[in-house]
Each structure stands twice: as structure tokens, then as C-alpha cells.
Write a protein that binds this ligand. Structure first.
Ligand SMILES: Cc1cc2nc3c(=O)[nH]c(=O)nc-3n(C[C@H](O)[C@H](O)[C@H](O)COP(=O)(O)OP(=O)(O)OC[C@H]3O[C@@H](n4cnc5c(N)ncnc54)[C@H](O)[C@@H]3O)c2cc1C
Length: 436
């Protein structure tokens, strides 16, 4: 294909990697010169309707590390990454004019805030600017699933079984290494610091179960370690309900959430592991969980803003309370349930909580305290290192009885604590400061 005689812009959002990145590959293939952009959008650091900062310090630091790594990785492809602490709609029009850009490449998104930002940018630009978007966050590509979005099965198992039978995960996209060398654009932008984003610097908690950094390099190292060096993948199904330490589960979620590792890459590495060593329930189960991740993306695609509504996608009416004192007790680990408290303290101190913990604290919040589940979800959104709009709201709706589970279930947190923390080690770890 004839290369266009101009510069293309890759607007990076939640696709912060150089491997298996269709946006990056398309931009390189169709342009003489490519420049990258990442915006630390001030809207992402604002206070939300429930009084939480949309992004707290944990994810902010992780993002800084991610962008620092991406900048380095892109420089190896001779692509400068321009980084701004500004809204995309305020900076993209300037970049377009200054660099004579005609083409903008980005990942396809469909949730409210992302679409709103995209539309704001589009409105500011001349009509001839061409946008090329592509889906690159799925395991099963939207064009390959065997139903229209309106026909998406209500139940995960049906979605999974149908897709497993009929969809082939697309091959990973190879990133070309021959990006033109005639780079004329000077990049004087720098990655913001935590203080630029309004936070004080801090050290990772010594007991964190997520002792990693942001960025593609670290993500790929973690995969290498969890799969190939230690072969922990081979035990995943037995350990995945764990609470302590870095290896009970893959810990891929923060990197998957901002796209510094691709779901397809993880999938093909599972296949490689199975070919090299063995295939068992555990190797299958990691892919099973990635299908859950896909499912929640399709749920949000189908239901749009309903995923943020109190009655959820089931339109189920419950009586919800909004009691600030109770909410604070939950946040600060001061409920009558030590298991809930330990998990909430872990989240507050590290930005991480296990899946078992999340299910328990969310169920306790929504089903025992009867508090408006959207407030719990907003708190998770603020604190979690791995916040992902689809997985967070999908899981919260599910647990609150307004999502993809027609049963209205409630966790017995005492029994859960006995089962998953029988010797109390986990609870002691996080409650010790509050006991003495
Ligand atoms: C109330 C609640 C809120 C949640 N919020 C988020 C969120 O904001 N972001 C997020 O990534 N996950 C969320 N989860 C799902 C799950 O808890 C995390 O994905 C998981 O704990 C991450 O740890 P891991 O990477 O070690 O997962 P592993 O067990 O190693 O699983 C591998 C990958 O599969 C995916 N996965 C696993 N479980 C789920 C699940 N239940 N739903 C969707 N995808 C899953 C993740 O991408 C994960 O990285 C939430 C769960 C609950 C109950």
C-alpha cells in the first residue's frame, strides 16, 4: 500500500503496549512518520459524585510507570511519545495543526466517558481528519463472536460455551521494526510526577500481594515468571482463591486493564506452556477467567449506561441505603466482620484485593449492609490498581443482584473466612495495626 505523505498520530488510551497492538501496527503501516500521544486526563483525577477521587495514588503511580516504559519501548521503534497532563480535547487540535496530522489512530471504546472524550476531540478538529479505530482489548474479537450484540447471552456459561466452540482467537499482531528513521519531530514533553498529578510520593507497602510496577516490560516479566520460570500456572486452579502473597493468581489484571499486556498474548502463552509442559484444569482456567473479562466487555457494549444505574441491567428494584457512617466503616475496615475489615484495609494500603476478598466485601456492602452498590463500585474505581470499567461494574452488578446472575445471593462472610483463611493468617496480617 502507498504510504501517505504525512504524519499520523497514535492516541494511546488503554492500549499501552508495543506488542499485539493493531492501532500501532496500522499507524506504522500507513504513514511515513508516526507520533504517539498519551494524556493524563485531569478528568480522571477529579472527585466523583460520591466524593472519591476517580483515580487514587496507587493507579496514578502505576500509570506513570507504565507511560515511562511505553515511551522507552516506542523510542526503540523511533516513535516519540508526547505526554501531557492535559485533556485530549485541549491538546490534540494543537498537535494536529503543528505537525500537519491527517490521521489519528486509536483503540475503539464504547463506555460513556471514553465516547464523550472522543466526541469532544472530534468536534474540535477539521472534517478531513481521519480516525482509524480498532478493537484490541478482547480475546474474542467482536467481529468473530457468533451473535449480534443484542443477542448476547444473559448467562456467562452460554456465552463461554458458544464462543469456545466457534471462535478462534485471532493471531497476535506482529509489530514491524522498520519504522522510518527520518524522524523530524522534536519531543520535549516529560512524563508527569505524582506531585504533578496532585499526590505525595509513597512507597509500596511491604506486605502487598502486588509487589510489581506498571508497564509492558514488567508485565511480560511477570508472565515469564508465573508461567515459565516457576510453572505456577500449572497450579492456578488450586491457588486462585488465595489471599496472601504474589503467586496465588496471575496478578495480570492491572496490566490487562490499561492494556500493557494483551489478552491474546496471555492466551497464546498459555498455549505455548501447554505445548511445552502440560495441559490441565489450571491452564484451562486462566483462559476461562479471560473469557469472563471479555464477557463483561460485551455486557457493557450491550447495555451501555445501564451498567451504572442502581437497578442494573436486570432492572431489579431493591431498597438501598446511603448511610455515610456505615460507608466509612466499610472503607476503613471497621465493620463487625474481621474478614471484611482485613480486605478493606489491604485495599486501602495497597490498591490491591484478591478476587475472593472482592466478592466478600462487595456482597457484604450490598447484601448485608444494603448500601447503594454504586458507592462501593466507585470506591473500588478510585482505589484499585486494576480498575477496569467493564469488570468493575459487571462484577459489582453481579454481586449486588442486578447483573448477570438471576439468583439473589449473599455471601456468608464468616464461613468464607473459615474456609479461605482458616488459620487467620490473612486477617492477622492486615488487622495487626488496628489491634494494638
Ligand atoms: C466486586 C468486584 C470488582 C472487581 N473489579 C475489577 C476491576 O475493576 N478490574 C479487574 O480487572 N477485575 C475486577 N474484578 C475481577 C477480579 O477480582 C480480578 O480480575 C482479579 O482478582 C485479578 O487478579 P488476577 O489478575 O491475579 O486474576 P487471575 O485469577 O489470575 O485471572 C486472570 C485474569 O482473568 C480476568 N479475571 C479474573 N477474574 C475475573 C472476573 N471475576 N471478572 C472479570 N475478569 C476476571 C482478569 O483480567 C485477570 O487478570 C472484580 C471482582 C469483583 C468481585
Amino acid at each position: 500500500m502507498q504510504k501517505e505523505q504525512n504524519t499520523s498520530l497514535i492516541w494511546f488510551t488503554n492500549n499501552l503496549r508495543t506488542h499485539d497492538n493493531s492501532t500501532l501496527t496500522k499507524a506504522i503501516a500507513n504513514s511515513n512518520q508516526v507520533m504517539g500521544l498519551y494524556c493524563f486526563n485531569p478528568n480522571h483525577f477529579k472527585t466523583d459524585d460520591f466524593g472519591f477521587k476517580k483515580t487514587e495514588k496507587f493507579r496514578a503511580k502505576f500509570l506513570i510507570e507504565t507511560i515511562t516504559d511505553l515511551k522507552q519501548k516506542l523510542s526503540q521503534l523511533n516513535i516519540p511519545l508526547f505526554v501531557y497532563n492535559k485533556k485530549p480535547e485541549d491538546i490534540i487540535p494543537q498537535l494536529v495543526t503543528k505537525n500537519n496530522i491527517n490521521n489519528i489512530y486509536l483503540q475503539d471504546e464504547w463506555t460513556y466517558e471514553e465516547v464523550e472524550t472522543f466526541n469532544k476531540v472530534k468536534r474540535q478538529l477539521p472534517k478531513h481528519i481521519k480516525f482509524t479505530t480498532s478493537y484490541n482489548q478482547f480475546l474474542f474479537h467482536p467481529e468473530d463472536i457468533p451473535f449480534t450484540i443484542n443477542q448476547l447471552p444473559k448467562i456467562f456459561t452460554e456465552f463461554r460455551k458458544t464462543c469456545e466452540k466457534s471462535v478462534r482467537v485471532r493471531p497476535e499482531i506482529i509489530t514491524p521494526t522498520n519504522q522510518a528513521k527520518n524522524l523530524l519531530i522534536k519531543n520535549e514533553t516529560i512524563v508527569p510526577t505524582l506531585s504533578d498529578l496532585g499526590f505525595e510520593d509513597f512507597e509500596q507497602h511491604t506486605n502487598t500481594a502486588f509487589p510489581f510496577k506498571g508497564g509492558e516490560t514488567e508485565a511480560l516479566n511477570r508472565l515469564q515468571d508465573y508461567f515459565f520460570n516457576t510453572k505456577k500456572l500449572g497450579f492456578y486452579k488450586k491457588t486462585r482463591n488465595g489471599l496472601l502473597g504474589k503467586d496465588f493468581s496471575s496478578k495480570f489484571s492491572p496490566w490487562l486493564a490499561n492494556g500493557s499486556i494483551s489478552a491474546k498474548h496471555v492466551y497464546y502463552k498459555v498455549k505455548q506452556f501447554e505445548n511445552l509442559y502440560f495441559k490441565n484444569d489450571s491452564t484451562y482456567w486462566l483462559v476461562f477467567e479471560l473469557i469472563w473479562r471479555d464477557y463483561f466487555k460485551y455486557v457493557s457494549m450491550k447495555f451501555g449506561n445501564q451498567i451504572f444505574k442502581i437497578d442494573g441491567i436486570l432492572n431489579n428494584k431493591y431498597t438501598w441505603i446511603n448511610n455515610q457512617e456505615e460507608i466509612n466503616n466499610w472503607i476503613n475496615g471497621k465493620t463487625p466482620e474481621p474478614f471484611v475489615n482485613a480486605n478493606m484495609i489491604e485495599l486501602k494500603k495497597t490498591g490491591w484485593m484478591s478476587n475472593r476478598g472482592r466478592q466478600n466485601v462487595a456482597s457484604y456492602f450490598a447484601k448485608s449492609m444494603n448500601l447503594d452498590w454504586r458507592i462501593g463500585a466507585a470506591y473500588f474505581e478510585s482505589l484499585l490498581l486494576d480498575y477496569d470499567v467493564h469488570s468493575n461494574y459487571g462484577n459489582w452488578m453481579y454481586v449486588a443482584g442486578v447483573g448477570n446472575d438471576p439468583r439473589d445471593r449473599k455471601f456468608n462472610v464468616k464461613l468464607q473466612a473459615e474456609r479461605y483463611d482458616s488459620n487467620g493468617k490473612y486477617q492477622r496480617l492486615w488487622l495487626q495495626d488496628t489491634l494494638f
